[in-house]
Design a protein around this ligand. Structure first.
Ligand code: NAD
Length: 476
């Protein structure tokens, strides 16, 4: 059994969770200790006890720790990428890429730790000077989903530690292995006891204990809208700082003047890579009437030609769905789309040599934006194709959603690209690029039901992981 990291010690638990490979359920990735409320409380108290010293540590100490973690991740990218593919199901290439991304994020924040800046201003009163400085928020609780099991933990843990906070980290129960390896790396890199704690466990026990504990000063959560909403309500009653990254129903507009050699690969990538299990996945393909039939013909042919299989096989383009439950949910949306009047291509369960949760990518043709299958996040390899008359209708359909994470457009018109960049009600806008796939040194996040609180990543992460102090001084 893999243990939890609490106060610098690896601690077992009475219960454990089985982590199984979604492409081969006979492959047991590992058994992970399931923390209870008492173990979570101990981790929170350890983080609280470690806070004063870590908050006062020099930027060099924090930078060196993060750089050591980055180096270990770079050095072990093949091994960790393979583990990630086994526990989550994305292809080996995607999984190694995600591990390298985690390493890059740690390296970026190793630099940011040295660049924490403030302001010095003259006062409006004579003889008074003002300093504005950033301080750590305190103990931060980090709660992550299963779909990016090393990159999302990295983009929360690295800034938390860089800015002098102490951490209690809860990975998703479905994918604890990458979080565990990351904890080992942080521990082995010399992180002081209590500064970083790992508690694998359920959302209802470990997650809720973190959200309701008075010693946790801030919660950063990535996951579903329902859970995020509940966390925000509870955190508000404690006056905790919260940052929520949640779902999407991201539009990709294809205009008549789009280059099909750009649009078709961008839609295939955005809708189906990583098995469509990305919060930034393109799930509504909004296509102008003039290019609609030619685009759909090519998209349908290339979708049907995608190779679904074992992520460890180099020929595989689409790995399995993450779990039996998620697959059942996806299949119910395929049936729903058909019952709502869409023409469904693909979407059926597939059998492979091993027992796993494989699904053919699905297109819901002739869909409307009012269908439930076009409005609710599916989080699988399913995309609705919606025909529109012109740019104005495309933009209005793109914005007609409760979400607002990423929005894309394929066009060769500068005028339409500009109008879409300014008119899209989303946190991220892509022109002639897939809706998914972002850089790590710039802000990540959305609007409306997709995000709440300040942005993650890049230097904007400081807004969440620090709190600002304004000091006035007279005399001296
Ligand atoms: P989820 O909401 O079920 O779980 C996310 C995390 O929250 C898990 O660690 C879970 O254990 C925990 N949790 C569950 N109940 C909790 C509770 N009551 N209190 C505290 N914590 C609790 O989401 P998931 O199924 O793991 O992930 C899929 C979702 O994540 C999708 O909606 C997807 O869009 C979203 N997501 C968003 C982003 C983004 O940045 N916007 C990125 C990736 C995934």
């Amino acid at each position: 059994m893999k243990h939890n990291l609490v106060a610098g010690e690896w601690i077992p638990a009475a219960d454990a969770v089985e982590n199984r490979n979604p492409a081969d359920t006979a492959d047991l990735v590992g058994l992970f200790a399931l923390a209870d409320a008492a173990q979570t409380n101990t981790a929170i108290e350890a983080a609280h006890a470690a806070l004063p010293k870590w908050a006062a540590s020099t930027p060099q100490v924090r930078s060196d720790l993060l750089e050591a973690v980055a180096q270990a991740l770079f050095a072990r990218a093949d091994e960790i990428g393979t583990l990630l593919a086994r526990e989550e199901g994305k292809t080996l290439a995607e999984a190694k890429g995600e591990t390298i991304r985690a390493a890059q994020i740690f390296r970026f924040f190793a630099g940011e730790a040295l660049r924490v800046a403030g302001d010095a201003l003259a006062s409006v009163r004579p003889g008074v000077s003002i300093e504005v400085s950033r301080e750590p928020v305190g103990v931060v609780g980090l709660i992550t989903p299963w779909n990016f099991p090393i990159a999302i933990p990295a983009w929360k843990i690295a800034p938390a530690l860089a800015y002098g906070n102490t951490v209690v980290f809860k990975p998703a129960e479905l994918t604890p292995a990458c979080g565990h390896v990351l904890a080992e790396i942080i521990h082995d890199a010399g992180c002081p006891a209590g500064v970083f704690n790992l508690v694998v466990g359920s959302g209802s026990v470990v997650g809720e204990t973190m959200v309701n504990h008075p010693l946790v000063d801030a919660i950063s959560f990535t996951g579903s809208v329902g859970v995020g909403r509940a966390i925000a309500a509870k955190a508000a009653s404690w006056m905790k700082k919260v940052q929520l990254e949640m779902g999407g129903k991201n539009p990709m507009v294809v205009l008549d003047d789009a280059d099909l050699d750009i649009a078709v690969p961008a839609v295939l990538n955005g809708a189906f890579y990583s098995t469509g299990q990305r919060c930034t996945a393109s799930s509504r393909i909004i296509v102008q009437a003039g290019i609609h039939d030619a685009f759909v013909e090519r998209l349908a042919a290339e979708t049907a030609a995608l190779t679904v299989g074992n992520p460890l096989d180099a020929a595989t383009q689409i790995g399995p769905v993450v779990s039996e439950r998620q697959l059942a949910g996806n299949l119910s949306y395929v049936a729903l789309a058909a019952s709502e009047g869409a023409e469904v291509l693909g979407g059926e369960r597939l059998n492979r040599d091993t027992e796993g949760w494989f699904q053919a990518p699905a297109l819901f043709l002739n869909a409307t934006n009012q269908m439930r299958s076009s409005r609710e996040e599916i989080f699988g390899p399913c995309a609705s194709v919606i025909k529109v008359a012109d740019f104005d209708e495309a933009l209005s359909v793109a914005n007609d959603t409760e979400f607002g994470l990423s929005a894309g457009i394929c066009t060769s018109s500068l005028k339409h690209a500009r109008a879409f960049k300014s008119g899209a009600k989303a946190g991220m806008v892509m022109v002639n690029l897939p809706t998914a796939g972002v850089d790590y040194h710039v802000p990540f996040g959305g609007r409306k039901g997709s995000s709440h609180g300040s942005r993650e990543q890049g230097r904007y992460a400081a807004e969440f992981y620090t709190t600002v102090k304004t000091a006035y001084e007279f005399g001296g």
